[in-house]
Design a protein around this ligand. Structure first.
Ligand SMILES: Cc1cc2nc3c(=O)[nH]c(=O)nc-3n(C[C@H](O)[C@H](O)[C@H](O)COP(=O)(O)OP(=O)(O)OC[C@H]3O[C@@H](n4cnc5c(N)ncnc54)[C@H](O)[C@@H]3O)c2cc1C
Length: 422
């Protein structure tokens, strides 16, 4: 390695980190090391399709080392951040120590259980590939257990599903599970014929899809109710005890599948002063995504809290586009600094939001347009295939979608339990 190159260490290869790396790696004045606790990048918007056995995990993930093949100024370091030593320009990971000239944090968020220990211990989150596979196994094993129960009442109680969180993830997973129950459940589980089982979608807010338009909120509610999903709004989850979800109005819903899609908090970054950690454990940054009071540590994506953008004084939404745009601008700013040019401040270009609700139905709030139904679904498909890493993944995904949607019969419902033997 040439010694005079600028050492950039990027922690987190999600939307933000990867987009920065992609744009910076074409400039040989930088030597970049990506640190990630996984050896692959994955696409969170499609996790719910992995969790519901609709697509394979490999369709939405891609190994970093494959991406970095033959890139002379890029290295990958598998490890989990333990601590930053800002005074020595070093980071400690569980697999070694690295030094840097510039440090970029793109660690994203983790599930927030709002201090509810039982919920944390026993609910099923959906933030990572591991979570999605765990949920898939849990759903499938649960149905096999329910088959063996004696009475219809016992079976019905066992098959109830509760989803906490009426944002895009909760809505998407509710719609998908309802479709599965209709299309696949009936064909493959004759034991459950004529049974009344329910999917509950719960949110403390008065509407579903909070940040989206009223039309989108209404459409989501209408479509899900038609599919039989029971929507409970203005109600918070308080506890989860003995397979019962306890609600703020005192109600208890029996459920052995309790999916937690209700809120996130920034990942912890030991070593940074507490004064830079803001609301939702996001790190407070200036207009250039530089950590308050530090000259060479930057935060991008979900973990960054930036109030300098005039249109977003309370911080940006934690969505992929913000992360992608911040990564892109920071790479340009690093180049500008070594070209002795001033850095440019970040301003988010909001291109709109989308959510899929069920088979062939979605909502799309674009800057001046609203679409729903099949056309919105087509836009959703297009927008979610384009950013996938790897041409093979795009083709594979397009094919599995086509196949599943045409036949109503994907064949991925395998209970695979890692471990020895069997
Ligand atoms: C289920 C789900 C559905 C979503 N759907 C949408 C959608 O439809 N549209 C949309 O715009 N947004 C969606 N989002 C939000 C979107 O995924 C995030 O805004 C985006 O991923 C943020 O990018 P990021 O780079 O900041 O973080 P992430 O993409 O979360 O990447 C963080 C990276 O850091 C790594 N990491 C974390 N901690 C450590 C550590 N201690 N040490 C080393 N590495 C670490 C992780 O492995 C990961 O690779 C969804 C999120 C989820 C969970």
């Amino acid at each position: 390695m040439k010694q005079d190159r600028i050492k950039v260490v990027v922690i987190g290869g999600g939307f933000a980190g990867l987009n920065l790396i992609k744009r910076l790696s074409n400039d040989k004045r930088f030597f970049i090391t990506l640190v990630d606790m996984n050896n692959y990048n994955f696409f969170p918007p499609l996790l719910y399709q992995v969790a519901t056995a609709f697509i394979e995990p490999s369709s939405i993930s891609y190994p970093f080392r494959r991406m970095f093949q033959e890139k002379e100024n890029l290295r990958f370091h598998l490890g989990c951040l333990q601590r930053i030593d800002a005074s020595a320009n070093k980071i400690e990971t569980d697999t070694g120590i690295l030094d840097y000239d510039y440090l970029v944090l793109g660690l994203g968020t983790e599930s927030n259980y709002f201090g509810m220990e039982n919920v944390k211990k026993h609910s099923l989150p959906m933030k990572t590939i591991n979570d999605a596979l765990n949920l898939r196994n849990h759903l499938l094993l649960n149905m096999e257990k329910a088959v063996r129960l004696e009475t219809q009442e016992e079976k019905e109680r066992y098959l109830n599903i509760v989803i906490a969180g009426g944002g895009p993830t909760g809505v998407e997973v509710a719609g998908m599970l309802a479709e599965m129950g209709r299309n696949i459940g009936r064909k493959e589980y004759p034991e459950f014929k004529d049974m009344q089982t329910y999917i509950y979608l719960i949110d403390a807010a008065p509407v579903l899809l909070g940040p989206m338009s009223k039309k989108s909120q209404q459409e989501a509610s209408d479509v899900l109710q038609k599919l039989g999903v029971k929507i409970i709004l203005n109600t918070a989850v308080k506890d989860y005890v003995d397979n019962k979800v306890v609600l703020s109005d005192g109600r208890e819903i029996h459920s052995t599948v309790f999916i937690w899609a209700s809120g996130v908090t920034g990942r912890e970054v030991p070593g940074l002063p507490p004064a830079v950690v803001g609301k939702g454990r996001r790190i407070i940054v200036d207009e250039f995504n530089r950590v308050q009071g530090m000259s060479n540590i930057f935060v991008i994506g979900d973990l960054a809290f930036q109030s300098s953008d005039a249109k977003f004084p309370n911080g940006h939404p934690q969505v992929a586009q913000v992360a992608i745009q911040q990564g892109g601008l920071l790479s340009a700013n690093f180049k500008r600094v070594i070209d002795s040019k001033p850095m440019k401040p970040f301003a988010y270009n909001d291109k709109g939001s989308l959510a899929i609700i069920s088979k062939y139905k979605a909502v799309a709030d674009l800057p001046k347009l609203f679409f729903r139904g099949f056309f919105a679904w087509l836009i959703w498909l297009f927008i979610h295939i384009i950013p996938l890493v790897g041409f093979r993944n795009k083709v594979k995904l397009a094919f599995s979608w086509m196949w599943s949607f045409i036949t109503n019969d994907p064949t991925l419902r395998l209970i695979i339990r890692p471990g020895k033997g069997k």
